[in-house]
Design a protein around this ligand. Sequence first.
Ligand SMILES: [Zn+2]
Length: 132
Amino acid sequence: MKSFQSGHSRVMCPNIDCGIDLALDALSCPKCDEPLPIGLRDDLLEIDVAHSGETWTEALDKLEAAISFARAQRFKGLRVIHGSGRSRDDDAWEGPGRIRRESLNYLRQAAVDIDARLMPEKHNRGAHLLLF
Ligand SMILES: [Zn+2]
């Protein structure tokens, strides 16, 4: 599974003799005509918004960027690791509890907006899948 890094949302031509940067929604390379491996996108993009010291607002920014990247790149969906929210107490106003809560609110709204499905990952309280 490919994982999303903020600031690295770019695509390179898969032709190793070319390797130029491509637009996120490119279907083929404008320089060498190499078709982009859209078939590979039968996969989920993974993003972790909870384990790099993010604040909850940073977590939402990452989610927003990852959703648009995953859609532009025609991934099947997004695997969002938002953490279990249980470091101190579940109802903490800030911290992991809030990242989890705000992320889920954001994902529920995004699912409605882009007509995607949001489902909890099996046996994992710390992640949800957003399927396009
Ligand atoms: Zn190329």
